[in-house]
Write a protein that binds this ligand. Structure first.
Ligand code: INI
Length: 161
């Protein structure tokens, strides 16, 4: 049988080189102790992959629900190669979680679709505070850093198309 590896397909794969990339980060202050770690992780990862600190912008908003409107403005300005949404929504015991988590996820996807640019989703949606800690530099890594690097890789794919 012919392996797909033997076929002469065009492959586009993004590298993780962030040098020269202008990245906008929108961070929600709600659950700030967690989100600060996500922001630190994202900035450190971008710089580690070659980005200049002066090419990075961090905008703070009150809560995750407000993240998409600022992403949309950044996308419309056109001065960014990639955007990153950071926040932390902890379930608690009210239906508010579903509205906030659903709203930010839908909003982030809408901005990416409207503007055809990478908008990485680094908003933690967890049942407990402990689960958030684990994902903000704890034993499950730093989802802010992972989101930032996903944005870089996607921006590089778009550059190559
Ligand atoms: N915002 C968050 O970022 N995380 C949460 O866990 C959260 N909870 O649980 O309510 C939250 N609520 C605030 C919301 O994002 C808006 O700021 C608020 O509703 C005003 O629009």
């Amino acid at each position: 049988m012919t392996s797909p590896n033997d076929l002469d397909v065009n492959v586009v794969a993004g590298n993780l080189d962030a040098s020269g990339l202008r990245v906008g980060i929108v961070a929600a202050r709600f659950n700030e102790a967690i989100v600060e770690r996500l922001v630190d992780g994202a900035v450190a990862a971008l710089v580690r992959h070659g980005a200049s600190a002066s090419d990075l912008t961090v905008a703070w908003v009150p809560g995750a629900f407000e993240v998409p409107v600022v992403l949309r403005r950044m996308a419309a300005e056109g001065g960014y190669d990639a955007l990153v949404a950071l926040g932390c929504v902890v379930r608690g015991s009210t239906p508010h979680f579903d509205y906030v988590a659903g709203g930010v996820a839908t909003g982030v996807a809408a901005v990416a679709g409207e503007h055809g640019m990478p908008v990485a989703f680094g908003v933690l949606t967890t049942d407990t505070w402990e689960q958030a800690v684990e994902r903000a530099g704890g034993k499950l890594g730093n989802k802010g850093a992972e989101a930032a690097i996903s944005a870089v890789e996607t921006a590089q794919v778009l550059r190559q198309l």
